[in-house]
Design a protein around this ligand. Structure first.
Ligand code: SPV
Ligand code: MG
Length: 283
């Protein structure tokens, strides 16, 4: 059973945390999140150190998803960018992602190759409505009924009028999306859009650029909140501080209390299980 789809059906609120590998997914799981957002940005920067611009391949993403779903119990939604091509590409990759254990995908109306929403976003052209509708329908037909298909509209980000954004969102819902992300970097624009939105579909928010809006407020309007890159950004900042301090201090004692112990690392890679297996089978 797909527990995220069940939550969507019951209109239960839930939280996804952005991850890019098994370790970050386990941290998301241990922190109490309902699921993992396998972030395109996160995978791009951690695996390649390259732009979030359709440079990572779906094969890499699928492999990471397989590793996460093999070592955690937490459901994974894959950020499949703009579908890695046209609607037939999206069809094949969504099918592959389901086989890798994902419980859903999110597809956005950026043109392939996409670029991260928060980089030179103004006046960027989007996929035509027909073309995005084709992608959603293709994905829907490629996966089981239980699989979550989330459509993401970038209209507010690129500065489209709200009537145009509304038209797009209605078309995406009619094409079979289970939930809708209306991505934004501006809370006022989002509220203005929501004032005239009367669709009956779970709404998703990715509050990367609106950290000032509380969860309590977000939950009045949205069913799902995705904290897509806070873990990534925390890791960058904390790692930079620690590694610089080690060189500056001339020893690592100073940082010991602010980093995980080796025992904590051994929990994350299940060393105890190895000992159990050795005791049982290594004769
Ligand atoms: C990602 O995590 O890749 C996202 C979310 O798409 S954001 O970068 O905040 O747009
Ligand atoms: Mg992304």
């Amino acid at each position: 059973m797909n527990i995220l789809k069940e939550k969507l059906r019951r209109r239960e609120k839930f939280f996804l945390g952005g991850a890019h590998d098994v370790l970050s997914s386990k941290i998301i799981e241990n922190s109490g999140f309902d699921g993992v957002w396998l972030s395109g940005l996160g995978v791009s920067v951690t695996k390649k150190g390259l732009p979030d611009a359709s440079i990572i391949t779906p094969t890499e993403v699928g492999e990471i998803c397989f590793n996460i779903t093999s070592s955690t119990d937490i459901p994974v939604i894959i950020d499949m960018d703009s579908g890695y091509g046209n609607s037939t590409n999206a069809y094949y990759y969504a099918r592959e992602f389901e086989k890798c254990g994902a419980m859903g995908v999110c597809v956005e109306d950026n043109i392939f190759p996409k670029c991260n929403s928060f980089y030179n976003a103004e006046n960027k052209a989007l996929e035509s409505i027909d073309s995005m509708v084709g992608k959603i329908k293709a994905i829907r037909s490629a996966v089981s009924e239980d699989f979550c298909v989330i459509a993401r509209c970038e209209g507010l980000i690129v500065g489209l009028p709200k009537e145009e954004v509304q038209k797009r969102c209605i078309a995406y819902v009619n094409a079979g999306a289970d939930a809708l992300v209306i991505h934004t970097s501006d809370w006022n624009k989002l509220i203005d859009f929501l004032d005239t939105w009367d669709g009956d579909i779970p709404l998703v928010v990715i509050p990367t650029k609106i950290p000032e809006v509380s969860q309590k407020t977000l939950l009045k309007y949205f069913d799902i909140i995705i904290y897509a890159n806070q873990l990534l950004r925390a890791s960058i900042k904390a790692s930079e501080l620690v590694m610089r301090k080690i060189l500056n201090e001339g020893l690592s004692l100073e940082v010991e209390s602010s980093i995980s112990s080796m025992e904590e690392v051994f929990v994350y890679n299940q060393m105890a299980q190895l000992t159990e297996l050795e005791n049982e089978y290594l004769k």
